[in-house]
Design a protein around this ligand. Sequence first.
Ligand code: SF4
Length: 363
Amino acid sequence: MTEIRHNWTKEEILAIYNTPMMELLYQAASVHREHHDPNTVQVSTLLSIKTGGCPEDCGYCPQAARYHTDIEGNDLMSVRQVKAQALRAKSSGSSRVCMGAAWRNVKDGPEFDNVLEMVRTINKLDMEVCCTLGMVTENQAQRLAEAGLYAYNHNLDTSEDYYKDVISTRAFEDRLDTISNVRKTNVTVCSGGIIGMGEAVEDRAGMLVALATLDPQPESVPINALVAVPGTPMEDIEPISIWEMIRMVATTRIVMPQTQVRLSAGRTEMSREGQAMCFFAGANSIFAGDKLLTTPNPDVTEDMKMFEHLGLNPQKPFVKKAQPDTVEAADSQYEALGEKPKWTRPEHTIERNEAAKLAGKNS
Ligand code: SF4
């Protein structure tokens, strides 16, 4: 059995990334088979429970309030709406619902209380519940855990070096701090990033070093390809090739053998054959549904047809870890602390982010 290493170096990871393709595929597929059933793929549905109006300046994101994009914002959905969507997702083969809110960080109060109720509701439907709500304190992570959260997503996005060229409103360390807060609970960690944002291959390796040297490694690592949305600072970046995606998936699989590697944004640009190569290289999860928060995604029936062609089966919920219990709000052991944590605001200037903001003002 391939050993789980937490001491990967950038040079080692780069060497894997640059291995001749056939050899890379063989190595990755071999590691994959040692740790996973190669014919099973986990299917998650991503639900944007609060869209747009985000105060952050992530250069790839159409939900940042400062950029002028065509997305329609919405306030926090109701628990009833979320339950209806979760039931729909379950009936179309998803084992997990991931709820995303365009927040910088979680704030204690009625909106967070509603999210906790959404977590309780979906866990009671016997589905894995994941949230991506921005930065969280340890107390907030404990409250989510108590409600029955299965996973918390908080992407590193890219390498620590390149992070400063993508986001100026928070620092890379804040991401690691949130992951560490989640790790103090029994909630699993989902953290990955985006390729094709103009980063060097070294940055891709740098991001994988940051993830693979966590102990334990994240249970889930989403690999996104940039979807360049008009109005965002990265609108003009050309899409990456499928080969870069396959290399990234294969390298992720080799350095994090037990993790669930998720094919995330950018799948609409990939052929079925390209996706099949990614599954062969070790990807074993996808997001289903026609939208990934705000960007397009293949239709779920198309995905199920692809599964049929490839002989893939959707993974059942709670295969990797037992279902968490749900504690009702009235029995909670954790009070809302009303904390005002000092998450970093580095606020250096990123030229293309500033230009996108100004372009909006001048149009
Ligand atoms: S990626 Fe998240 S934090 Fe960044 S602007 Fe978009 S919604 Fe806000």
